[in-house]
Design a protein around this ligand. Structure first.
Ligand SMILES: Cc1cc2nc3c(=O)[nH]c(=O)nc-3n(C[C@H](O)[C@H](O)[C@H](O)COP(=O)(O)OP(=O)(O)OC[C@H]3O[C@@H](n4cnc5c(N)ncnc54)[C@H](O)[C@@H]3O)c2cc1C
Length: 417
């Protein structure tokens, strides 16, 4: 029996502590907040999209190829079905939405019920929980971690350490990401934190369009205005006061920020999903077939009314029928529909991302035990790892599953580093 300390009482830490105590270890969980699972409680807008439906292969397949390879052993160890079964056992009913996302039944406090379920199994199994304690430093040299430095200056020694401190977004939930700097100083390979699944600010925002949604099209990331396409995501975009949010913006935020740092990038929205030439010929056809159709009405087939009206005003266009449409304006209309200019993105905020990319390098961690390579008694799990999945319950599943693997292997000496 070993003394194991788990740092971080979120999705990953609670599962890690539960599994480690079931292995017969003496387990203490430290959490900076007064309550456990603060980020879980706000996830999915308080409804908590716990996981995603489907086979282990399909859940892993939602991540990048490299991340999927790393995650597969964990997903097999503690799958989406296992998470759901645990919740059902604890009295939390779940349902699957049409898009495969799994939620607890829609009732007030459903996210809190998920936290209560994980907290319950863990406490009943015998984990010692200490909340309101922030870890301020790590003591040790490879191959052994020796102790944690606590807020009050005291050292907490243990035989094994599981770090589950999450990412670096939403710092108000306790996740400040500072542990990555300490690990780096100890020689553990890390990658800098970077925003992911975050809203994208625009250099020239459209505050009067706040709340307007562009639907059923594709957000495109271009190498400068009219340049080569470097990224795309099909889905909706919603205007915010200072930029864009919505599924397509969130999913493209990581690439937008990394490309933006390398040079000029431009964002456009493709409503129609066809080439400019195809759209142009469609419009010419419309001119012949429907000469009296209002051009503004044609535009509103694609572009939401509030935006179409404002474009109309800005361009100083009056009532215009198809038969009177000049070629120059036809080209402008084609551009608005096939590559609506959203413009230059500003710096994507790390703190507003649903996850943070970066953290402990996957290559430094054994995916079967979550042990940091070259270290005997140091494990990491959850978002602290360089893992960032798409929206859809994937990130929580990754946290639960990697936490499970860490807990199962706690206190076992490294075997195949
Ligand atoms: C607004 C929002 C909505 C989201 N919605 C979803 C969703 O619906 N579905 C989904 O799959 N994912 C969602 N996510 C992502 C998901 O919540 C996280 O990926 C997941 O919670 C990560 O789990 P974790 O255990 O690794 O970290 P966390 O849950 O963040 O837990 C880490 C814990 O460590 C503690 N800690 C950190 N540093 C220290 C320290 N030095 N000392 C002591 N304690 C420390 C923190 O206080 C925190 O409680 C959302 C995220 C956000 C921000």
């Amino acid at each position: 029996m070993a003394a194991i300390v788990v740092v971080g009482g979120g999705a990953a830490g609670m599962v890690a502590a539960w599994r480690a105590v079931l292995k017969g270890h003496h387990v203490t969980l430290l959490e900076a907040n007064q309550k456990l699972g603060v980020k879980l409680r706000i996830s999915g807008g308080g409804k908590c999209n716990i996981t995603h439906d489907g086979t282990v292969e399909s859940v892993a397949g939602a991540f990048s190829k490299e991340q999927a390879r790393f995650l597969k052993p964990s997903f097999h160890g503690f799958s989406n079905a296992d998470v759901i079964e645990l919740l059902h056992r604890e009295g939390v009913e779940t349902y699957v939405r049409e898009n495969g996302r799994v939620f607890p039944l829609d009732r007030p406090g459903s996210a809190a019920a998920v936290v209560a379920a994980f907290e319950g199994v863990m406490r009943r199994a015998g984990v010692q929980v200490r909340t309101g304690i922030r870890v301020m430093g790590l003591e040790g040299r490879a191959p052994r971690m020796a102790a944690l430095r606590l807020e009050d200056g005291k050292l907490l020694k243990a035989d094994g350490f599981i770090l589950a401190t999450g990412g670096a977004s939403y710092p108000e939930t306790g996740t400040r990401g500072e542990i990555v700097g300490w690990l780096e100083n100890m020689g553990v390979p890390t990658l800098p934190w970077a925003p992911a699944l975050a809203p994208i600010p625009l250099k020239a925002p459209h505050p009067s369009w706040e709340g307007v949604a562009f639907r059923n099209g594709t957000l495109r990331l271009l190498e400068g205005k009219g340049g080569r396409r470097i990224g795309a995501f099909s889905g909706d975009v919603v205007f915010t006061r200072n930029g864009i949010s919505g599924p397509a913006a969130l999913e493209l935020s990581r690439q937008t920020e990394s490309s933006r740092r390398k040079g000029l990038v431009w964002l456009g929205y493709d409503f129609a999903g066809r080439s400019e030439a195809e759209l142009d010929s469609e419009l010419r056809h419309e001119q012949i077939e429907n000469p009296h159709l209002s051009v503004r009405n044609w535009l509103q087939r694609w572009v939401p009314e509030r935006v179409a009206e404002s474009l109309w005003r800005t361009e100083g266009l009056g009532e215009l029928r198809m038969k009177d449409l000049p070629k120059g304006i036809r080209s402008t209309l084609v551009r608005w529909v096939s590559a609506f200019p959203l413009g230059l993105p500003g710096a994507v905020p790390l703190e507003r991302g649903e996850v943070a990319a970066g953290g402990v390098a996957r290559s430094a961690v054994d995916p079967h035990s979550m042990r940091v390579k070259n270290w005997e008694n140091l494990q990491v799990c959850g978002e602290l790892l360089d893992i960032d999945g798409p929206v859809g319950g994937y990130n929580l599943q990754a946290a639960f599953s990697t936490g499970f693997m860490a807990g199962e292997s706690a206190g076992i000496p490294a075997s195949h580093d």
